[in-house]
Design a protein around this ligand. Sequence first.
Ligand SMILES: *Cc1c(COP(=O)(O)O)cnc(C)c1O
Length: 226
Amino acid sequence: MTAIASNLQAVNHVIAQALRAAHRRGGEVDLLAVSKAFPATAVREAYQAGQNAFGESYLQEALDKIWALRDLPLQWHFIGPIQSNKTRVIAEYFSWAHSVDRLKIAERLSAQRPPNLPPLNVCIQVNVSGEDSKSGVSPERLAELAQSVARLPRLRLRGLMAIPAPVAGCAAQRLSFARLRELMRGLSEQGLALDTLSMGMSHDIEAAVLEGATIVRVGTAIFGER
Ligand SMILES: *Cc1c(COP(=O)(O)O)cnc(C)c1O
């Protein structure tokens, strides 16, 4: 077994354990393998070990891999910051965008989504740690943005995403994830049909799954240090 295959097995095991601990059903969390900074050969290896959803943060690098791996039925998720001049390529080549945090970006993605493709799945990135440096909409402005994004014809608003400031210990990590879950519940009460909490990375998978993550975005624990 390759290192990537055995890492994938270990990560899937952590997810399964956390699901059991949370009394959630198996299969309720999708693993997104974050392949940024790793070559197409590493993605191919992960695919051969059973993984088919991959996350990328840098557009040019992602496009090179998408092209090199076009023979495989992979699902690509964009998870990095989105500038206006990148929306067209994201709308054309990705199934998901996790990092929408402004209406202008969402409008461009919707307008530029090719008519022959299904609507682009999007998550709104929320700044749950309240740091100025982090991207993401503030919790106070989330509801207004979500209602607007949900009305865009070529997007399908699926839920929320966060990258909390790193903290040590599962209990502390769970606080930000619980906050994101509560924000999503609030939106559901306002009538939005959401099913996705994109939260949890290599160092906090367990905390995220315990708080209801449905997608965990894992790079280092699968591919190694960048
Ligand atoms: C890089 C990245 C990840 C993966 O982080 P690891 O700590 O390597 O698991 C997850 N989400 C986003 C948005 C990232 O940029």
